[in-house]
Design a protein around this ligand. Structure first.
Ligand code: GRG
Length: 293
């Protein structure tokens, strides 16, 4: 049996190969946008959402092959959101995943279209699912809702409209659960849905994902103030100033660290209700809390 790192590496390779196949359009007349899409999605990113989707599909009796079209769709939607989020009209970020952001490399117009292209391609990939039609349709609905106004996009609006204003905890948590949590949530749920899981398991996967989604965002906030310092097992520095309202800004680093640990432990206790083939999901849940990027 593969150990955690070997299994993770294999996932990265196989997800990349599948994405590469979806993004292989040879028409030279519109290669600029295909190049920008490939540049933004291939060979980088932790693939947390795709891996979660595949793992939950397997945990409910499905296969990687069954999960892959939706796993790729989710990564495409995630990549589109990052491309658009980096644009000068939004966050104006020049770097993404250790290299120039899409708009910096290809210009704003191509980057805008590359994001649109990935969002659209996501539904093309999802529609190539070999799952039972009723399950694929339900998964598609889950994907659309979690990516759109009632999910990630809505969360982005709440975030942008809160800039420069006092943000209370309720609003912050709502924004997190939509902007970051929704896609993570859809990953776990879609994996279960595709495998034909019963409602109890789908709802357990939802509970699990709510917890790791929030933990993931809190860790992101912590990394914002601590640079790339590990949050567990090392003292946390507090030298870097954050200018936006985050979980860390509302509380403090120690509280945020403890909250992330508690959420991680609670999430792992939900995993005990699934018949998992190995410890991979437990380990992944832990590592999301100690990640450095
Ligand atoms: C433009 C509609 C629209 C939405 C943008 C996702 C997003 C919403 C903005 C990105 C900014 C941000 C920091 C969001 C919080 C979620 C988050 C931590 C995203 C980064 O996800 P990772 O760490 O990235 O999984 P990789 O590169 O590993 O895939």
């Amino acid at each position: 049996m593969l150990n955690y790192d070997e299994k993770y590496e294999r996932y990265l390779t196989e997800i990349d190969q599948a994405l590469d196949r979806y993004l292989n359009e040879a028409d030279t007349l519109y290669q600029s946008v295909i190049s920008a899409m490939r540049y933004s999605i291939l060979g980088a990113g932790k693939r947390v959402r795709a891996i979660l989707l595949i793992e939950f599909c397997k945990a409910c009796g499905g296969t990687q092959q069954l999960a892959m079209p939706f796993a790729c769709a989710l990564e495409m939607i995630h990549a589109y959101s990052l491309i658009h989020d980096d644009l000068p009209c939004m966050d104006n970020d020049e770097l993404r995943r250790g290299k120039p952001s899409c708009w910096k490399e290809f210009g704003e117009t191509t980057a805008l279209l590359a994001g649109d292209g990935l969002l659209t391609k996501a539904f093309e990939a999802a529609a190539s699912s070999t799952a039972q039609a009723n399950l694929a349709l339900r998964a598609m609905m889950e994907l659309a809702k979690n990516a759109g106004t009632s999910g990630m996009l809505g969360g982005q609006v709440i975030d942008l409209e809160g800039e420069g204003k006092p943000v209370d905890e309720a609003r912050l948590l709502k924004m997190y659960s939509m902007k970051t949590g929704a896609l993570i949530n859809s990953a776990a749920k879609i994996g279960c849905i595709l495998a034909g899981a019963d409602e109890e398991r789908i709802s357990l996967s939802h509970e699990f994902a709510e917890k790791i989604g929030l933990a993931f965002q809190i860790v992101d906030d912590i990394l914002d103030v601590t640079g790339n310092e590990k949050i567990l097992g090392k003292p946390i520095g507090s030298d870097v100033q954050s200018h936006k309202t985050t979980f860390v800004a509302l509380h403090d680093l120690e509280y945020a660290k403890n909250k992330a640990i508690k959420l991680t432990e609670d999430a792992k206790s939900i995993l005990t209700k699934f018949a998992l083939e190995d410890d991979f999901l437990y380990e992944l849940t832990d590592r999301l809390a100690v990640r450095e990027n």
